[in-house]
Design a protein around this ligand. Structure first.
Ligand SMILES: NC(=O)c1ccc[n+]([C@@H]2O[C@H](COP(=O)([O-])OP(=O)(O)OC[C@H]3O[C@@H](n4cnc5c(N)ncnc54)[C@H](O)[C@@H]3O)[C@@H](O)[C@H]2O)c1
Length: 308
């Protein structure tokens, strides 16, 4: 195997993390995954990666660093469930903030050069304008978004006081193969899975709410670019295109050949009406722009569920 860069991927058994791990391995890097498998799946961890089943909050997490000699750490391990964060904000902060600080202390102790952090467009809260750029005000509307944003501040201060480089990547609505259809959040995975299995997707509200769906392959590419670029900066990663939930269902119908029944239920409190992200800074500084269109992207999800 090529020498490559020694990377640690926390949360590397999850949806986005496991896709990043595959791409790092293909690019010839040496990869270790640390994941407690709370929502991740061991079977989707690349066979060429080292695997440690460990909670980022556990004392044993340090062993992974002591043995790894990592240059770059991808940090994806997180409490990602918005409802859980509302019901139990302390646990959310424990994983997303305290777990993150523990990780930064280990990076400092073991001489890591850079941390690449998977953050979220939900840090912005309700949009003042669309598409939202990096200068948009930050007003998190749930503990999950607040804890992700809090950790962004720690990354910045570790770069200032300890010379630990970072890149923050704020994703719009990620979708693609390996997204878990049994969790909240991943509307493409949930609807695709239901439609293929003859179940009825439930649309909360009138279905005219919009999302900015960005494919995991595009997010993975941005993450690999950040091995070389984007130090000490933060980037929005989205398509800038708004798609309504009704349009998504129509596309799933068309591509799957199903004529899905849908059920409309009362809108959910706190849910955003519209979302799209402007990624001009990533285009200029990372030479990144999204390449997977919604049609091909949704097809990749349908294909994945048919095969698995
Ligand atoms: N999916 C999206 O639309 C989206 C959007 C914006 C940001 N993100 C961020 O991307 C990252 C990955 O999200 P995902 O959608 O792949 O979720 P996921 O649940 O598939 O992945 C998270 C992984 O972290 C692991 N994990 C959780 N808590 C842990 C802990 N305490 N110690 C060790 N491992 C732990 C889980 O087992 C899982 O494998 C998260 O940080 C999330 O906040 C996701």
């Amino acid at each position: 195997m090529a020498d490559g860069i020694k990377c640690l991927v926390t949360g590397g058994a999850g949806f986005i993390g496991s896709n990043i791990v595959d791409a790092l391995v293909v690019a010839g890097h040496s990869v270790t995954v640390a994941d407690d498998l709370s929502t991740g799946n061991r079977a989707q961890v690349n066979a060429q990666a080292q695997f440690a089943q460990v909670d980022v909050l556990a004392a044993e997490f340090e062993h992974v660093f002591a043995e790894g000699g990592f240059e770059v750490v991808y940090h994806l391990a997180a409490q990602t469930d918005v409802m859980t964060s509302v019901e139990d904000p302390a646990t959310d902060a424990q994983v997303n903030v305290i777990g993150g600080i523990r990780l930064l202390e280990l990076c400092r102790k073991y001489g890591v050069r850079k941390v690449i952090f998977s953050s979220t467009s939900s840090v912005f809260g309700e949009p003042d304008y669309l598409p939202m750029d990096e200068g948009h005000p930050i007003r998190p509307l749930c503990p999950y978004a607040a804890s992700k944003h809090a950790f962004e501040h720690y990354l910045h201060l570790y770069s200032e006081i300890h010379d630990l480089a970072y890149t923050v990547l704020r994703y719009a609505n990620a979708y693609g193969p390996r997204q878990d259809p049994h969790h909240e959040g991943g509307v493409v995975a949930i609807f695709a899975y239901k439609i293929l299995n003859g179940a009825v997707p439930i649309i909360y509200g009138d279905g005219e709410q919009t999302r900015d769906f960005v494919h995991v392959d595009d997010l993975v590419r941005a993450n690999l670019i950040c091995l070389e670029r984007g130090d000490n900066s933060y980037y929005n990663l989205g398509t800038g295109i708004e798609t309504t939930v009704n349009e998504l269902v129509a596309l799933l119908d068309e591509l799957s050949g199903a004529k899905a029944e849908v059920e409309y239920a009362a809108g959910r409190r706190g849910e955003m009406r519209r979302l799209s992200l402007q990624s001009a800074r990533a285009a200029t500084e990372l030479q990144w722009s999204p390449t997977v269109g919604l049609c091909a992207g949704v097809q990749s999800v349908l294909d994945y569920f048919k095969e698995n």
